[in-house]
Design a binder for this molecule. Structure first.
Ligand SMILES: Nc1ncnc2c1ncn2[C@@H]1O[C@H](COP(=O)(O)OP(=O)(O)OP(=O)(O)O)[C@@H](O)[C@H]1O
Ligand SMILES: [Mg+2]
Length: 309
């Protein structure tokens, strides 16, 4: 359940590395119980933003409050209520699976017996029980990811930060992680994630913030952004001048995006209009599908349209 309470609030949040501005005066809020996705091309500033939320990276300017606490002066208290699954694998290769969890629990002053009991529960929750005494080198990429997320939950956080939680996982592994994220949300945990998988963002997030060059360029519920930028249907076809001309003349609001030889056509008209036009080109291979968040992402952050066409 998403509440009206603001749990995280950033105002003019800025991070510079020397002269380079990685996060450029962004404002955003995250509500208690929400799942918010940060999307954006490589280098957009997602990880840098997440790192500031968990007090790993100091702000250059602006303000950032987490559960009412100031990240610059109350880092210790914030760290106690936040769980982090970083983008990179930072498991300790010298320890076994369970030992990784037990050692991590020490940062939070969790007593040893309590740490072990939490660790065992989490290993079960993430279907890693059989690997409890395995070394990290024996785990597959997907198992490591699940262990990193399990580790993030040891301190029973209010807020879970997941930086690319499913990158490199097979479809089954991704679905296991999605399922766990959903059940954590049912327990009331607020989730912030970054991802390059638009289906993941659409499946999990109440709201997405799209970043580019350190700025938030758009923000909204996935379905709302799809309606706003793309419409209902998308037609995909190999570029064909006559077909595109017919679509343009018959559908007043048609928008054509050329990606090399491939053309994507968007319309805000109701379902069925593409089929009508497509009938006139029976020898063409046309794909008509629902608009999705990837269309929005490419439109806002992707290559520019081929101006020639
Ligand atoms: N420690 C650092 N020193 C210098 N520049 C950095 C540092 N960390 C990040 N940057 C730069 O800041 C920008 C944003 O990086 P960041 O890791 O936040 O991007 P991202 O959106 O997470 O990208 P990706 O999708 O590739 O993970 C990049 O241009 C990156 O090179
Ligand atoms: Mg990143």
């Amino acid at each position: 359940m998403v509440s009206a309470n603001v749990l995280i609030k950033a105002v003019g949040l800025t991070k510079k590395f020397g002269d380079f501005t990685a996060v450029d005066s962004i404002d955003f809020e995250v509500y208690e119980g929400e799942c918010v996705g940060f999307l954006g091309p490589n280098g957009a500033g997602k990880t840098t933003t997440v790192r500031m939320i968990y007090c790993f990276s100091p702000l250059t300017a602006g303000s950032l409050r987490v559960a009412g606490l100031d990240v610059t002066t109350q880092a210790r208290r914030i760290k106690s209520i936040v769980g982090v699954s970083p983008q990179e694998d930072n498991l300790d290769p010298d320890f076994t699976v369970i030992k990784n969890l037990q050692v991590y629990a020490r940062y939070f002053d969790i007593p040893k017996s309590e740490a072990t009991s939490r660790a065992l529960k989490l290993l079960k929750f993430f279907q890693l029980e059989e690997k409890r005494d395995a070394s990290i080198a024996e785990l597959s990429g997907g198992m490591k990811r699940r262990l990193i997320i399990a580790r993030a939950l040891l301190n029973e956080p209010k807020i879970l930060l997941l930086d690319e939680p499913t990158t490199g996982l097979d479809p089954q592994g991704r679905h296991i992680v999605w399922d766990k994220i959903r059940s954590l949300r049912k327990q009331g945990i607020t989730v912030i994630l970054t991802t390059h998988y638009m289906d993941e963002a659409a499946a999990l997030c109440d709201r997405v913030l799209i970043m580019e060059n350190g700025k938030i360029i758009e923000n909204g519920a996935p379905q709302q952004l799809i309606r706003k930028y793309v419409g209902q249907d998308v037609l995909e076809v190999e570029y064909d001048e006559a077909l595109v001309a017919t679509l343009k003349s018959e559908l007043p609001d048609v928008e054509v995006e050329v990606w090399g030889e491939q053309v994507r056509v968007f319309t805000k008209q109701p379902h069925g209009v593409f089929e009508r036009v497509a009938k006139k080109f029976p020898d063409k291979t046309l794909t008509i599908r629902n608009a999705n968040l990837e269309d929005v992402f490419l439109k806002l952050t992707g290559r520019k349209l081929d101006e020639e066409r």
